[in-house]
Write a protein that binds this ligand. Structure first.
Ligand SMILES: [Zn+2]
Length: 288
């Protein structure tokens, strides 16, 4: 069964304005046989949709990690929402603090934000399946997909998508802690591929230095990882994921700073025997 992954956008927080580096916000696509799975609707979703259309997937399933703007700002660019030739089977979304997906849908498609909406063309919002805060209703999830609640302000979830060539885990927004590490390690352990958050250097997280020309400030509690935090979270895995792709790079990094950070990440994880690939380009496609 075919298995390819498209990284539509891997920039965290908001689209970056720095030239020469990936700039679009979070969206990933997986082609699993004839199914297309879209994970998140950041501005990178336009790359994901283009690729799934080129590969002529026969149906689309949408998973949403959470509702922050950098994971939903591309909804109007998701052209699968404006057609009914290729069925969109549903969107699976966690209940997040203070909002559900319907609220975000109404915000993104209100006329002062975007001029037209799917309903303008007689197309309804896809069926929505809400994952409760205790994830008790995960029976709604298709294809044997499982989920884990992550540590992120407002709430976020990781998805584990099974495949005969090995499972894929997407955990885009997570700040590892001593309380969450055991459950995280058991959820991601043994995966073929883990896509994991790595927004900050440890020195940036601890407030010793700023990012780019920004001021130094503590970023504890902002919901994102550092090399040290991610290594601690992975240390309990039995076994480790075979590959780890790092995502959610900070938009304030210049191209040069992002290159430097990537080199530091490779050196750090090489020493721990963890197979890491850093920060895919916008629209990059990889076969597994
Ligand atoms: Zn977020």
């Amino acid at each position: 069964m075919q298995l390819s992954i498209i990284s539509g956008g891997t920039c965290g927080s908001n689209p970056s304005t720095h030239a020469g580096r990936p700039r679009l916000t979070t969206s990933f696509g997986i082609i699993r046989g004839t199914d297309g799975i879209i994970i998140d609707n950041g501005s990178g979703v336009q790359n994901v949709v283009r690729h799934l259309q080129k590969e002529k997937v026969e149906r689309v399933l949408m998973l949403q990690s959470h509702l922050h703007a950098d994971h939903t700002d591309g909804l109007p660019q998701n052209s699968y929402l404006f057609q009914n030739k290729v069925p969109v089977m549903g969107i699976w979304v966690p209940k997040c603090e203070g909002a559900d997906f319907r609220t975000v849908w109404e915000q993104r498609f209100t006329p002062h934000i975007w001029p037209v909406r799917p309903e303008t063309f007689g197309i309804a919002m896809p069926a929505q399946y809400t994952l409760g805060s205790d994830l008790s209703n995960v029976g709604f999830l298709p294809l044997g997909i499982t989920t884990l609640r992550l540590n992120h302000p407002g709430g976020s979830v990781a998805y584990r998508i099974p495949h005969e060539r090995g499972d894929i885990v997407i955990a885009t927004d997570h700040e590892p802690t001593g309380e969450t590490n055991a459950a995280y390690a058991s959820f991601v352990g043994g995966a073929q591929l883990l896509i994991a958050d790595l927004q900050y250097r440890d020195s940036e997280y601890n407030g010793e230095v700023g990012i780019g020309d920004g001021p130094a400030m503590k970023r504890v509690g902002w919901g994102h990882a550092t090399p040290k935090l991610l290594a601690e979270a992975l240390s309990g895995c039995q076994p480790l994921p075979k590959e780890v792709w790092i995502t959610h790079h900070d938009p304030n990094r210049t191209a040069g700073d992002l290159d430097d950070f990537e080199s530091e990440v490779y050196t750090f994880f090489d020493g721990l025997g963890i197979n890491v690939t850093a920060f895919a380009g916008d629209g990059e496609v990889n076969e597994i």
